[in-house]
Write a protein that binds this ligand. Structure first.
Ligand SMILES: NC(=O)C[C@H](N)C(=O)O
Length: 337
C-alpha cells in the first residue's frame, strides 16, 4: 500500500542554495540577527516531515550562500542543473530554496531561460528556522505543494512566500524584516492553503517554453550594471561602470525613469561608444517607463525597461545581450518578456 501511494506522488527535487531559509541564529528571539546559509538541504527536508505526504522529495545542495553574494556564474550553474532535472523523466517538479535578497532576480532569470513546462518554484524565508514563528517551514511546504501539482505546469517560474503564489517575473522583495515581504505590482497569481493551490491569474508575458532563450546555449553572461539616480546626481557612476566594461547600464531612474540634465550628455556619449542605456524606475511599487516620455529615446537610441525594476531589467538585459546587440531588438525583448 505504501509503495502504491509513493508511486502516485509526484517526484520533486529540492535544490538548495542557502539564504535565511537555511539560516541559524543564537536564540529563538533572533529573527533578524543570524547567519544565513548554515543548514544543509537534508536537515531542511527533515525539518518538515509533512513534505512526504505531498511528494517523493529528494534534496541537492547546489551551493550554500547568502543570496546577496550570488554571481552570474552561480546563476548559470543553477540554471543548467535545473534544465538537466527538468529533462529527466522521473522529475515532475523542482523547488529552489534561496535567499530572499536576490530571489526575484534568480526567479526571473530561470523564467527566461528554462525550456520546460514542469513547475519550478523558488522559495525563501524572512526568518531563520531557529527563530520564533519561523516562516521557512510553511513556505517550503507550500513550494513543494505547488511544485507537485499538475495545475502549476506552464505558468512560468513561481515563488511561494507568505501563503501566496507569485509570478517569478513580477514579484519583488518590497519589504524587509516582515514576513509579507514579497509583492507584485500586478498582484499574486494565487494562494496555497493547507497544501492546496488556488489560482486566480496567469502571466501575460513570454516565459519558459515560449521563450527564445535557452540556458543550454548560454555559457556566460555579459557585464550589465545599475546606476542609481537621485537629486544632485552626477555622471561619475555611469562613466565608471562603462570604463569597467559594462555592455549595458541600467539607469535606476527617478519617477518615470527620468534622467538628470547633469547625466544626459554622458549617457548620450556612452551610447555612441556602444554601451546600451536602459531606463528603468526605482519607485517602490510598480515602476512603469514609457518610450519617449521624459526623454527622447528614439533620438538617443536608448531602451526603456517597461515595468521591470532595475535589478530585473539587469537580468533581462544580460540574457538578451547573449543573442543581440541591436537596440531595437533589445527594446522588442523588453516589451515581450
Ligand atoms: N531573508 C534572506 O534570505 C536574506 C538573506 N540576506 C539572503 O538573501 O540570503
Amino acid at each position: 500500500k505504501e509503495a502504491e501511494t509513493q508511486q502516485k506522488l509526484a517526484n520533486v527535487v529540492i535544490l538548495a542554495t542557502g539564504g535565511t531559509i537555511a539560516g541559524a541564529g543564537a536564540s529563538a528571539a533572533n529573527s533578524a540577527t543570524y547567519q544565513a546559509a548554515k543548514v544543509g538541504v537534508d536537515k531542511l527536508i527533515a525539518g518538515v516531515p509533512e513534505l512526504a505526504n505531498l511528494a517523493n522529495v529528494r534534496g541537492e545542495q547546489v551551493m550554500q550562500i547568502a543570496s546577496e553574494s550570488i554571481t552570474n556564474e552561480n546563476l548559470l550553474q543553477l540554471g543548467k542543473r535545473v534544465a538537466e532535472l527538468a529533462d529527466s523523466k522521473d522529475v515532475d517538479g523542482i523547488v529552489i530554496t534561496h535567499g530572499t535578497d536576490t530571489l526575484e532576480e534568480t526567479a526571473y532569470f530561470l523564467n527566461l531561460v528554462e525550456k520546460t513546462d514542469k513547475p519550478i518554484v523558488v522559495v525563501g524565508s524572512m526568518r531563520p528556522g531557529t527563530a520564533m514563528s519561523a516562516d521557512g517551514m510553511l513556505n517550503l511546504y507550500n513550494a513543494v505543494a505547488v511544485a507537485s501539482d499538475k495545475q502549476s505546469r506552464g505558468k512560468g517560474v513561481l515563488v511561494t512566500m507568505n501563503d501566496e503564489i507569485q509570478s517569478g517575473r513580477d514579484v519583488s522583495k518590497s519589504i524587509n524584516i516582515k514576513t509579507e515581504a514579497f509583492k507584485s505590482a500586478w498582484g499574486p497569481m494565487g494562494m496555497v492553503v493547507e497544501g492546496k493551490s488556488y489560482w486566480f491569474r496567469l502571466p501575460a508575458k513570454r516565459h519558459t517554453m515560449d521563450s527564445e532563450f535557452d540556458i543550454k546555449t548560454i555559457s556566460s553572461l555579459p557585464a550589465v550594471d545599475i546606476a542609481y539616480s537621485y537629486g544632485n546626481v552626477s555622471d561619475t557612476a555611469y562613466k565608471a561602470l562603462a570604463q569597467n566594461g559594462a555592455k549595458a547600464i541600467i539607469h535606476a531612474g527617478t519617477g518615470n525613469g527620468s534622467v538628470s540634465s547633469r547625466v544626459v550628455p554622458a549617457l548620450q556619449e556612452l551610447r555612441k561608444n556602444g554601451v546600451q542605456i536602459i531606463r528603468s524606475s526605482h519607485v517602490n511599487q510598480g515602476g512603469f517607463v514609457l518610450r519617449n516620455a521624459e526623454q527622447p529615446d528614439d533620438k538617443n537610441d536608448w531602451v526603456v525597461a517597461h515595468d521591470l525594476n532595475p535589478q530585473k531589467a539587469r537580468i533581462l538585459a544580460m540574457v538578451a545581450l547573449t543573442k543581440t546587440q541591436d537596440s531595437k531588438e533589445l527594446q522588442r525583448i523588453f516589451w515581450e518578456y
